[in-house]
Design a binder for this molecule. Structure first.
Ligand code: MG
Length: 408
């Protein structure tokens, strides 16, 4: 068999389970953050969720179970999205090897023919690696090890740091995960290792080797790296974020403009912030002229109508409504298209009240409503030099620009 592409009938694929090992306390991260590395955020999801997602979305995987530290149930529930393929987590043990055995025992009742065992701290495992691993299993291997050939020159040094030898790297591979096995074989090997008092294996292929099995190497890739230190996690965040922005290659700019007139009142609402004033703005919602302009800027970039079309002034539901709901609706439309708001900029044109003292609060509100960082939000204000309706203090105008990114 030359690959999984040749397997067409789903019925021909034996049941394949995945055990993700996430029971570590992450003590090697040692950066002062008590959160174990598998539960740290990496872009939109936890490290563990990235690993889980890679397997549950793979069409040939029937079931995924995660072995967790007994104290981490709440962390797990907060970090992992439910999925029909995902079984309840299994309580791990003090060693990685013990956690794997606990997970295999939990899977034993489900009748899987094969199992892939994966470290949670390798969130970038690709579909191609999973394909190759399964192809080797279905092709007849009872033990499969994903790895990459060693490319660095290897040195052996003594306790003083003096090099004593250069180790030939021919035939040397660095082991990754997943490591995959005939289910009954690896369960028997782990039980035998535990019974023999061997608790020092650092990977599952090592257990299978100890049991005398032939382990087949399958090509991994360099991006399937293990996140061990906080530097690894920071670098992974940058990798993910860079890839995400690069994917959103359709860059669009939209503009919005709005005006509301004054009427008697005690405050105006601008960018979600209430500012004491001798008048209020007249409108069917809270008349937040700045958020209306910004909402139209986003809708304009999407080519998706305008605020008046989605929220007609004739509709009594929006009477006195906070304008954040219009902005949040535009953000949902953007998210539904798979996009992100890269930047927005709002200019408020008014003789009074003074906006400057409220600028940072306004930026923070917009960042919060849009779910972006505050460095992507600009808020500016100017008077109209006493000219025109703004100059006569009859109302406030706002102009907004939004830059959105969509997938091509
Ligand atoms: Mg308006």
């Amino acid at each position: 068999m030359d690959g999984c592409e040749t397997m067409t009938a789903e019925a021909a694929i034996p049941r394949i389970a995945v055990l993700i090992v996430a029971a570590g306390s992450g003590s090697r991260v040692a950066d002062g953050d008590p959160l174990p590395k598998q539960y740290r955020r990496l872009g939109p999801a936890s490290v563990l969720q990235h690993s889980v997602a890679a397997f549950v979305r793979h069409p040939w995987i029937a079931e995924v179970v995660v072995a967790i530290h007994p104290d981490h149930l709440e962390l797990y529930q907060a970090a992992v999205l439910p999925d029909p393929k995902l079984s309840p987590p299994v309580r791990g043990a003090a060693t990685r090897q013990g956690s794997v055995l606990a997970g295999l025992e939990a899977l034993a009742a489900t009748g899987s023919a094969h199992v892939l065992i994966h470290d949670a701290a390798r969130p970038f495992v690709s579909a191609a690696i999973i394909d190759r691993t399964i192809a080797a299993l279905v092709g007849g291997s009872e033990a499969v090890l994903v790895g990459v050939p060693v490319v660095d020159t290897l040195k052996k040094a003594d306790a003083t740091g003096a090099v004593v030898d250069t180790v030939p790297r021919d035939g040397l591979w660095a082991a990754q995960t997943p490591q995959a096995f005939a289910f009954n074989a690896i369960l028997a090997d782990h039980r035998a290792a535990a019974a023999a008092g061997r608790a020092d294996f650092t990977d599952d292929a090592g257990v299978a080797e100890w049991a005398g099995r032939t382990v087949e190497m399958v090509m991994g890739d360099a991006s399937n790296r293990k996140l061990t230190t906080s530097t690894d996690i920071d670098a992974a965040r940058v990798t993910l974020e860079t890839a995400e922005w690069a994917r959103l290659a359709d860059i669009r700019v939209g503009t919005g403009y709005d005006v509301h007139s004054f009427e008697p009142g005690e405050f105006v609402t601008l960018c979600g912030v209430e500012i004491p004033h001798a008048a209020r703005l007249n409108g069917h919602s809270d008349a937040d002229v700045a958020l209306h302009a910004l909402t139209d800027a986003i809708l304009g970039a999407l080519g998706d109508g305008d605020i008046g079309q989605h929220f007609p002034p004739s509709d009594q539901r929006w009477r006195g409504a906070p304008s954040r709901i219009f902005l949040e609706d535009a953000m949902r439309r953007l998210a539904a298209r798979g996009g992100r708001l890269a930047h927005c900029d709002v200019s408020i044109i008014a003789e009074a009240p003074k906006v400057g003292p409220h600028r940072e609060a306004m930026r923070a509100r917009i960042a919060d409503y849009c779910g972006i960082t505050i460095d992507r939000v600009g808020v500016k204000a100017t008077t109209n030099e006493k000219l025109g309706f703004v100059g006569r203090r009859e109302g406030i105008a706002a102009i907004a620009t939004a830059t959105i990114r969509l997938p091509l």
